[in-house]
Design a protein around this ligand. Structure first.
Ligand SMILES: Cc1cc2nc3c(=O)[nH]c(=O)nc-3n(C[C@H](O)[C@H](O)[C@H](O)COP(=O)(O)OP(=O)(O)OC[C@H]3O[C@@H](n4cnc5c(N)ncnc54)[C@H](O)[C@@H]3O)c2cc1C
Length: 468
């Protein structure tokens, strides 16, 4: 019932079918699916439960950034099933309760050591654009990506891009990703997909990576962190019920795996992401009951709002979600009107019949590895959270650690691509190559992109976190 059979833009090449075991039952999966996607397509809502109150939990981010889909796989607990590809005969079970331990002794192969010149963590637009610059200048970096495929958030963005013409405006995100991935292949850049960087050890300068069950110790002269961002949860009653998703998770399900997240959706947040994903839900055959926005006006572009209105989808400003209601899955949502100080207006609640709530309420930079590496951090609301303090060439307070893209402050793909290039040219300069001209040019392009109304807050944020 959840499988999308036809789509106006996408064709789903799902591959052949295999079987795995879920709590003793046989589940059929497509070869291209991850474990969580196969389970969701087969009707599973409850993926885990809270440890104390045993409240049901569903999948939330679908890109390996939260813990809500963690299960025990072949005896190993706490495996993020949303990014784990299915394999014939694997044994999967939910883990309920505190203190998950492996069931019996799990034998991992001995660690493998790798010596690299440059290691890039994250294969999204920032990481890939950096990798291409390195390779074109005679340095082959290692790219580490935890998802099964490269491309970051671009591989699910079916809309035509806004932003800079040089960085793909007017082209669909999926096409930009395709072109970058092709270039990475052509340049024979070494990549490790399905590989999570889980720890950085500053004493030895080592990055710990898990590729399936293989532990890899990476020693690199330079590190570029391009780990992107994670979706922001907002506080409301029932926000942990299955059926409450990050909007990007709904996009991953629909546009990568061809799965409908629900039948009738309430979208929370009318920025570009909320508006775009609402339209993509309609394209996938999902009813969008409406979009609510806490601010008094719509944050996204007029063109995206107009498309939704043409389909009769209401966009209601000065309104937010108050409660999600349901036993083991969202069955209803209560919305409430807000005054000009964002206080709830008494008796303004309305109950909507929806089975899915999508939160498009912002992103938080994924900085944990950088904090572990000892890079100094600062909170900047303009950059969407804690971000590393850096110089104008994107070097953090640690000599050989650089950043690029959403991890340095949430913006958009065009700036992520440019930051990737800037970080790469800066590292090349540190290696003794003359890249001053390219550094100046890239900085100028970034300034141009940030000169519009959407760049104002980013420039304020940069003033707070840039040290040179
Ligand atoms: C719905 C939507 C619409 C958008 N539309 C536009 C648009 O029209 N124009 C535009 O310019 N921008 C748009 N954006 C924004 C754009 O997609 C992001 O700003 C951009 O993808 C950021 O690039 P990035 O490389 O920094 O991060 P990401 O694309 O998020 O890539 C980061 C990568 O790092 C990997 N990673 C993270 N941690 C680890 C780890 N520990 N180990 C290994 N790998 C790791 C992740 O799996 C991911 O693949 C949109 C975003 C969304 C969600």
């Amino acid at each position: 019932m959840r499988e999308i059979k036809s789509h106006p833009i996408l064709h789903f090449d799902r591959g052949g079918q295999i079987e795995f075991s879920f709590e003793g039952k046989k589940i059929s999966a497509y070869q291209s699916e991850t474990v969580a996607m196969a389970l969701y397509r087969n009707g599973l809502n409850v993926f885990s439960e809270s440890s104390k109150l045993h409240r049901p939990r569903g999948m939330f981010c679908a890109i390996g950034k939260c813990s809500s889909c963690m299960m025990r796989v072949n005896g190993v607990p706490n495996v993020c099933t949303c990014i784990l590809p299915v394999r014939e005969g694997m044994q999967v079970e939910r883990q309920f309760g505190l203190g998950e331990k492996p069931s019996g002794v799990v034998h991992f192969p001995p660690p493998v050591e790798r010596k690299e010149t440059v290691t890039i963590i994250g294969g999204g637009p920032a990481g890939l654009s950096a990798a291409i610059v390195f390779a074109e200048n005679g340095v082959k970096p290692l790219v580490i990506e935890q998802n099964p495929s490269l491309g970051g958030q671009l591989i699910k963005q079916t809309h035509k891009f806004f932003g800079s013409k040089n960085e793909g405006a007017g082209i669909r995100g999926i096409k930009i990703a395709e072109e970058m991935i092709q270039k990475v292949k052509k340049l024979e850049i070494p990549t490790l997909t399905r590989s999570s960087a889980f720890g950085f050890y500053p004493e030895t300068g080592t990055l710990g990576v898990f590729k399936e069950n293989q532990y890899i110790k990476v020693h690199s002269d330079y590190y570029l962190f391009a780990t992107g961002a994670a979706e922001r949860m907002i506080p409301f009653e029932g926000n942990d019920l299955p059926g409450v998703f990050g909007a990007g998770a709904a996009q991953t399900m629909m546009n990568i795996f061809g799965i409908r997240p629900g039948n009738r959706v309430l979208m929370v947040g009318a920025g570009n992401v909320g508006l775009i994903i609402s339209y993509q839900l309609l394209q996938a055959g999902v009813e969008v009951a409406g979009v609510v926005e806490a601010a008094p006006r719509i944050g996204g572009y007029f063109v995206h709002a107009a498309k939704l209105r043409r389909f009769g989808v209401p966009i209601i400003t000065s309104t937010t979600i108050k409660r999600a209601i349901g036993a083991t899955r969202v069955e209803k949502a209560v919305i409430v009107s807000l005054d000009d100080k964002f206080n709830e207006i008494p008796n303004s609640e309305k109950e909507w019949d929806v089975d899915t709530v999508c939160l498009s309420t912002g992103l938080i930079p994924s900085v944990t590895l950088l904090a572990q590496a000892g890079c100094k951090m600062k909170y900047s609301p303009y950059l969407s959270g804690y971000v590393p303090i850096r110089n104008k060439n994107l070097m953090t307070t640690k000599e050989n650690i650089f950043i690029a893209g959403d991890v340095s402050g949430v913006e958009e793909a065009s700036t992520a691509i440019l930051e990737g290039k800037l970080a790469a040219y800066s590292i090349l300069k540190k290696m003794g190559k003359n890249t001053d001209v390219q550094i100046d040019e890239t900085r100028r392009e970034l300034e141009k992109l940030r000169s519009g109304p959407f760049g104002v807050k980013i420039l304020k944020g940069l003033q707070e976190v840039q040290y040179e």
